[in-house]
Write a protein that binds this ligand. Sequence first.
Ligand SMILES: *[C@@H]1O[C@H](CO)[C@@H](O)[C@H](O)[C@H]1NC(C)=O
Ligand SMILES: *[C@@H]1O[C@H](CO)[C@@H](O)[C@H](O)[C@H]1NC(C)=O
Length: 365
Amino acid sequence: MSFGGVLWISMTICIFFSSVSLALSVSSGCSSKPAVVFVFGDSNSDTGGLVSGLGFPVNLPNGRTFFHRSTGRLSDGRLVIDFLCQSLNTRFLTPYLDSMSGSTFTNGANFAVVGSSTLPKYLPFSLNIQVMQFQHFKARSLQLATSGAKNMINDQGFRDALYLIDIGQNDLADSFTKNLSYVQVIKRIPTVITEIENAVKSLYNEGGRKFWVHNTGPFGCLPKLIALSQKKDLDSFGCLSSYNSAARLFNEALYHSSQKLRTELKDATLVYVDIYAIKNDLITNATKYGFTNPLMVCCGFGGPPYNFDARVTCGQPGYQVCDEGSRYVSWDGIHYTEAANTWIASKILSTAYSTPRIPFGFFCH
Ligand SMILES: *[C@@H]1O[C@H](CO)[C@@H](O)[C@H](O)[C@H]1NC(C)=O
Ligand SMILES: *[C@@H]1O[C@H](CO)[C@@H](O)[C@H](O)[C@H]1NC(C)=O
């Protein structure tokens, strides 16, 4: 980021804090103009894309908290992206693939789909496909607006929007589960990072200037992956150390790539968020934060230590689920519970894990 950019942001933050410090403690919502958010990623952010796109069933008890019905989210309730939207006082994002909701794309669209990775390219719904879908979405919105359609996002809206990217976990985790060695997994990292850089640059070329990039979590602590791994190289906490070590190397590369992008894309703001640190704190200090059994699945089968069985997963006949109100971290072995997502989102919104440290709502002020 240029010096001018830093100065502008510092000034904005100062004005922001001095004039609306009271409002801030309540909400960082968008006031002057509507928030527009576009999301690219995997199941961590999928608000129904897999169900809409492929008709893939996601059954109760997914959705049992808050929505009280299955929405296609892989969780008992809201995802991190839902809480981030709520902090802006904007509606939950509609999946791009949802053809059943009419014109509810006024606050952006969610291109994230369960299972997505950056590579291989051109397979549904890899990151480059999601970016191509966005390009189509944008072209079509502008075309419809020209022919008189109301409530379409216009050029300015696309420029002012936030572009959020949260992807990479599946690239790494799938490599391990396909029996690639640690060294082979590590060797793939640069090509994954290049794909993410290409996505940011394509969105920049479409006019996007505000980016929010999540790094990847400690996926070596995901109960499903621990339960299914062949070589149990567990650390003192019980997580797979090679998996977490790969996650940290990926994150280091993503951090450097973010710095590079800030210099290359001069008038852009790109915020990098350390999701790894947040989730690692939650898992290793679970008891301190009022959570139980951080390595055990709430909705699964088989009992301790992981309550995960690949033959009886959450929502399949025979599954067992923890009591509503109990505070598990892991919902189904891969995805987090609404309670965990609430905690994670509050840490993201604190800005303490962001580089640079600017509030999530910066793009709509
Ligand atoms: C991975 O390796 C293990 C043991 O070396 C073998 O049992 C398993 O079938 C392999 N999995 C795949 C997907 O190749
Ligand atoms: C867990 O909590 C302790 C005490 O607050 C802290 O020092 C430590 O960094 C936390 N662990 C992680 C992984 O954040």
